[in-house]
Design a protein around this ligand. Structure first.
Ligand SMILES: [Zn+2]
Length: 302
């Protein structure tokens, strides 16, 4: 058993760093602290891969637990694996101390921006994650990366996805869009310029289709009601089982359509609000992002 979360919490380096799962159909490798690669021995979709990351912010616990449970279920043979998969607990130091970050916010460091921060374990970790995902993704024809977060405070639209800035005219990967639609998200937010988030890095600088998921509020590790996140769990499971099974995902038609927002601008001095409002930032730093609701067709416009 890999015990991704438990080993990350205890800073334990496994004595054995590779092996097979219970039914012998999956091989695994412990690449670095909190990073495991799992590979099906018989690929259902040989050239596809999936990166699932959580805990880039250390106190955003529920997605870490979901990811750990998913890896365990693959190891137990309870769910089939059809694609190569990389499971990442982003910021182990911050997870252990139940803080968003220790020195600086890792989700602003990607795309080489870590070099602009004072060197720390977090800048080193961001650099490591860049190199690990680049190597992993570059060996696949297509890759989907979901980076899972939870919100600091309540939101009018509690569960939403953020699509990183994309080359104009490049619509989102249809498979990713189908999954997001099926997930029951309240909204999709389209970034209009590059940034330092993990998904920006994988979306811009590798050939991945990436999305940051904000899944509502989380409680301390072990206290989350994971039932609240069932639809995301199903999305992850569907993604990694790659159609080898047909998970019972609820039909989107039963819900109101997903709302699409486009970023208008960042708030530099906090008067307005909507996305990631945070008054606790130094003058001159981003205190929020102003959005405007747009038609779904915006997803496909150049
Ligand atoms: Zn976060």
């Amino acid at each position: 058993m890999i015990n991704l979360l438990q080993r990350t919490l205890s800073s334990e380096v496994p004595a054995i760093r590779e092996g097979q799962n219970a039914n012998g159909l999956v091989s695994w490798r412990w690449l670095h602290e909190g990073i495991v690669e799992v590979t099906p021995k018989q690929h259902c979709h040989e050239d596809q891969s999936v990166v699932l990351s959580a805990g880039i912010h250390g106190n955003e616990t529920a997605p870490i637990e979901l990811l750990d449970r998913l890896v365990n279920d693959i190891m137990n043979g309870q769910i089939p694996l059809a694609v190569r998969m990389l499971a990442i607990i982003g910021n182990p130091m911050a997870v252990r101390s139940d803080q968003r970050y220790i020195k600086a916010d890792m989700n602003r460091m990607f795309g080489g921006r870590h070099s602009k921060f004072e060197p720390s374990e977090e800048t080193a970790r961001a650099q490591l994650l860049e190199s690990v995902v680049r190597d992993f993704i570059n060996t696949s024809t297509t890759c989907i990366h979901l980076d899972m977060h939870t919100a600091i405070r309540q939101s009018l639209l509690p569960q939403f996805g953020v699509l990183p800035f994309n080359v104009p005219g490049t619509p989102p990967n249809p498979k990713l869009l189908d999954l997001l639609d099926a997930s029951g998200l309240d909204a999709l937010v389209l970034h209009t310029e590059p940034g330092g988030a993990f998904t920006h890095y994988t979306g811009e600088l590798t050939n991945a289709s990436s999305c940051t998921l904000e899944l509502g509020k989380a409680l301390p590790l072990g206290h989350n009601n994971l039932d609240q996140f069932t639809s995301y769990d199903q999305v992850m499971r569907s993604l990694v089982s790659g159609g080898c099974t047909s998970p019972a995902m609820a039909s989107r038609s039963a819900r109101s359509p997903i709302r699409v927002f486009r970023v208008l601008r960042s708030v530099i001095n906090p008067v307005e609000w909507i996305l990631f409002p945070n008054t606790n930032v130094a003058l001159g730093l981003r205190a929020g992002i102003v959005l405007t609701e747009v038609p779904r067709s915006t997803l496909f416009q150049s």
